[in-house]
Design a protein. Structure first.
Length: 362
């Protein structure tokens, strides 16, 4: 076979996924290009190793039309890689070597039938938010060949979904590379989808946050904040900045948010966010927000030692919050009195506003 040079344009967010890892995952909203990038990665892997064997998995697959087979066929054509593959009705085979890509639904498998996949090099779970715990428990120990990989792409649905608990939970596997990717990370995001995205952003913040930004599904009836929207804006030079900090460690994030008020509008323009942030790293984290060291910062008063450290390390205007018996409720009501506009770069603020909710009786 004549040697062919393939040129694959890899978006920046996918670069960490090019290195070997047991678990590889990409989650986020519509139009991010997750599936297209993983499809190209899969085709490239099979060209480099014609003996490679992969299974593309969904929780339910009643027909091949529900699989990523058609996407892979389009990628083979677009990448000018037809000389390497024989596309059959139910499988994509290597023309040189005994490699193959097959397509299966996990719901059809039993503990015995899934043993047929034990020699496979990788499994790609598309729409992984729908994967049940049973299916995940079957799949993980089955794909066990040395150097084998488990790939997951998904649009998050609920924090309790098994794939989120595995790869975004409190203790994800050590050998895991997981990236968040949304439409703004896709250099080939089409204008027709941009129009759809802007329509949802202007009319339905819950839908926009879930569909386009990969946020979890929100219960609009229990949602506390309904007085906000996502919108790009430029911050005037003459505003008074208000900054608030919360301390975290372990699984809780350390956070700094910057905002300003104009009439009855509250604009959130920058955020800093890190899980597992050491106290010595906190000054540099806060410095990612422009001029944060120059403005007063109201911080969680439960950590006076952290406030003291920050004062001695570049943030002399930081002060503890004054908390009363109803400070949380009063703070919520104060925020609800504004029309809140959040800049799209403040992803975690968007997530908090979307999911901050009243407790609902079961």
């Amino acid at each position: 076979m004549a040697q062919t040079t393939l040129r694959i344009e890899t978006p920046g967010w996918a670069v960490p996924l090019l290195k070997p890892a047991r678990y590889k995952g990409a989650y986020g909203g519509r139009g991010s290009g997750k599936s297209h990038t993983f499809a190209e990665m899969l085709i490239e892997a099979h060209i480099m190793d014609p003996a490679s064997r992969s299974v593309c998995v969904r929780e339910v697959q009643k027909s091949l039309s529900q699989s990523v087979k058609r996407l892979l066929e389009l990628k083979i054509e677009a990448m000018n890689a037809g000389a390497y593959f024989e596309v059959q009705e139910a499988v994509i085979k290597a023309k040189k070597g005994d490699g193959a890509i097959i397509f299966q639904g996990m719901q059809n498998h039993t503990a015995d039938s899934i043993k047929s996949l034990e020699g496979y090099d990788r499994a790609w779970v598309e729409e992984a938010q729908s994967l049940s715990q049973r299916s995940l428990d079957l799949l993980r120990p089955t794909i066990r060949k040395p150097g084998s990989e488990l790939w997951f792409t998904w649009n998050p649905s609920h924090i309790s979904d098994p794939v989120d608990q595995l790869l975004r939970g409190e203790a994800p596997p050590q050998d895991a590379v997981v990236v968040e990717v949304n439409f703004e990370d896709n250099p080939w995001f089409p204008e027709v989808l941009r129009d759809e995205m802007e329509y949802d952003r202007s009319r339905d913040p819950d839908k926009y946050a879930h569909v386009w930004r990969g946020g979890y599904v929100a219960n609009s009836l229990s949602r506390v904040f309904k007085n906000w929207r996502i919108e790009e804006f430029d911050t005037p030079d003459d505003v008074v900045h208000r900054l608030g900090a919360d301390w975290g460690f372990a699984i809780d994030p350390t956070v700094l948010v910057r905002c300003h008020i104009a009439g009855k509008k509250l604009f959130v323009d920058y955020e800093a966010y890190m899980i597992g942030c050491e106290i010595t790293d906190t000054p540099n984290l806060f410095l990612t927000i422009p001029d944060a060291e120059s403005w007063p910062i109201v911080a969680d008063s439960s950590r006076p030692e952290t406030i003291s450290y920050m004062r001695k390390n570049g943030f002399p205007k930081i002060m503890p919050a004054i908390k009363g018996p109803n400070s949380v409720e009063e703070g919520v009501e104060w925020l609800k009195s504004f029309d809140i506009i959040v800049h799209p770069r403040c992803r975690h603020t968007i997530d908090e506003l979307t999911h901050y909710s009243y407790k609902v009786d079961p």
